[in-house]
Design a protein around this ligand. Structure first.
Ligand code: HFR
Length: 533
């Protein structure tokens, strides 16, 4: 009993809460595997649904004893694992927003997140290496046995909340805001669950599936992998980070764990295509692999075609959307893609959500092929940016179709057009739209064309400022290891036959591989720095 004689606040079983929603599917089959993961001593270990719930409740008891109140933040530093899932579900049970971070996060980044989120508690795994957590934050470690608190959190007065509601914040994802100050995306239980419910319409998973997740825990892709797998009663198979760096090790792990679905950003497949195509084909041919889900950035068409050719029987899902709404759409792509496909469909919003394209004139775009900015109406919209009402107001805006209604919609900053059948096609970020000689350049189109040149395996286009002249279009390319470097003039001529002159790259740079961000997306800023240095 807490100080004022009432029960500590908890999510009632009938109420939308991440814990209730993610454990529900396994409640009837407590002996089935909820998580299959690399065992500390090598090989694999299985954590059943019954064991996952027992671990979650052990964590709840330990956290409950600290007297924290609904809304007090808990940082969880870990890779995805059964222990991490139990700990974040325990936080959800008590209404403690968790802030997931991966072990590789630089110290100063963690300090910035702590300064912004002012967490009550910082938890890392039993073998975590992090030290020097600021004094005002409680610390502890978690493992298969539950949570052990090392430094008590500073009590912030009596509990004032009596229960945990669906609109309470489930987690805060800190993304690298353009200003360098971390931007905390606060997502509610209702938001996450409404997206996961809508995503089930894709009918992509069954309880027999083993879903490999490859995203770091600070990326909402990882939270989606956990949510999508567990809400279907399927088995989550977290891929250890050190397995991601070498294709052979990654594919061996997928084979050993008999994985049926792989969720990954497109860049995960680049080294696999380059070094171990046959091994990937085997996973689809004689192995269990039957589904690929990707998100985070457009999958380069030539690379997607390469993966599809090696997995002719697999289903491919393109998941698009910003963290501020978990995502917008879940679209199954044809395998193989039609030969004349020039860009990937991002389909249509999940059931229960609706996209409106808004043109430069602020009116809704109705004609096919015309580009507008994606505005999203949905119950999966985030609660706001942590401690930043101004940026929140610029992102959760009055419905442009009915400004007086009080309804808010998400202004995504992404551009799209609709095909004849109403499906959406992604045209990049509004803030990265570039003009050359007054013409809008579609970087994706430039990249697709350059990557089609014989011997070029990848292309990333970027407009770089030029001191005395106007901005110039550069393209960074990776090449077939066995082929001679392509002649820039021939590549330009190849582009000239298919693209308007202002979209023909002015300069080509050959790189060994594309630098990646912490979330595994191509790091365009790092590429641009190669030139200005
Ligand atoms: N499928 C695509 N084609 C093209 N461009 C994409 C795609 N998915 C994103 N993007 C771009 O990435 C931006 C968003 O970046 S983000 O906020 O870091 N979040 C992400 O990437 C992750 C994303 N929320 C996600 C991923 C998996 C599951 C869930 Br549930 C949610 C979008 O606004 C788009 O510009």
């Amino acid at each position: 009993m807490s100080s004022n004689g009432t029960l500590p606040p908890r999510a009632h079983a009938s109420v939308d809460n991440l814990r209730t929603y993610l454990l529900a599917a396994g409640a009837k089959t407590p002996h089935r595997a909820a998580v299959i993961q690399a065992a500390p001593g090598g090989g694999l270990e299985t954590v059943s649904w019954g064991e996952l719930e027992a671990r979650t409740d052990r964590c709840v008891e330990a956290l409950d004893a600290l007297g924290l109140d609904v809304g007090d933040r808990v940082i969880i530093e870990s890779d995805t694992s059964a222990e991490a899932v139990a700990t974040l579900l325990a936080c959800a049970t008590l209404g403690l927003p968790f802030v997931p971070v991966a072990p590789g996060l630089p110290d100063e980044r963690l300090r910035a997140i702590i300064a912004s989120a002012e967490p009550a508690l910082y938890l890392q795994t039993v073998d975590g290496k992090r030290a020097d957590i600021p004094e005002q934050v409680g610390t502890g470690r978690f493992g298969p046995e539950g949570v052990v608190v090392e430094r008590q959190p500073v009590r912030r007065g009596p509990r004032r909340r009596r229960t945990v509601t669906p609109v309470d914040t489930a987690y805060i994802i800190f993304t690298s805001g353009t200003t360098g100050r971390p931007k905390g995306v606060a997502m509610s239980h209702r938001g996450v669950i409404s997206f996961l419910r809508g995503a089930r319409a894709a009918d992509f998973l069954t309880i027999e599936d083993r879903v490999a997740g490859t995203a770091p825990l600070q990326f909402d892709f990882a939270l989606f992998d956990i949510g999508f797998a567990l809400s279907h009663g399927a088995t989550l198979v977290p891929v250890p980070r050190d397995r991601l760096t070498w294709p052979r090790r990654l594919l061996a792990f997928l084979r050993e764990a008999e994985v049926t679905q792989v969720h990954a950003v497109p860049s995960v497949w680049r080294p696999v295509l380059r070094h171990e195509p046959e091994m990937l084909a085997e996973l689809g041919d004689r192995g269990a692999l039957r589904g690929i889900l990707f998100s985070g950035e457009a999958f380069p068409l030539n690379e997607l075609r390469g993966v599809q050719a090696l997995l002719p029987k697999a289903r491919f899902i393109n998941l698009y959307g910003p963290t501020e709404c978990m995502a917008v759409s879940v679209t199954e792509l044809p395998n193989p893609l039609p030969n004349d496909a020039e860009r990937l469909s991002i389909g249509r919003a999940i059931p229960g959500a609706e996209v409106t394209l808004i043109g430069a004139d602020g009116q809704s775009v109705e004609e096919p092929g015309v580009i507008g900015e994606i505005y999203l109406r949905s119950t999966s919209l985030f609660n706001g940016y942590w401690n930043d009402p101004e940026t929140t107001r610029a992102t959760l805006v009055p419905d442009p179709l009915h400004p007086r209604s009080g309804q808010l919609v998400l202004k995504t900053g992404d551009l799209a057009s609709r095909g004849a059948d109403g499906e959406l096609y992604f045209h990049g970020r509004a803030d990265s739209q570039v003009q050359i000689r007054g013409n809008r350049v579609e970087l994706g189109e430039v990249e697709t064309r350059v990557a089609a040149f014989p011997g070029i395996t990848g292309a990333v286009a970027s407009v770089l400022p030029h001191e005395e002249d106007e901005p110039q279009l550069h393209v960074f390319v990776t090449c077939d290891p066995g082929e001679p470097a392509p002649d820039a003039r021939k590549v330009a001529a190849f582009c000239r036959t298919a693209l308007p002159v202002y979209m023909v790259p002015h300069k080509m740079h050959v790189v060994d591989e594309f630098p990646l961000s912490a979330n595994g997306k191509v790091d365009r800023t790092a590429l641009r720095a190669l030139v200005s240095s």
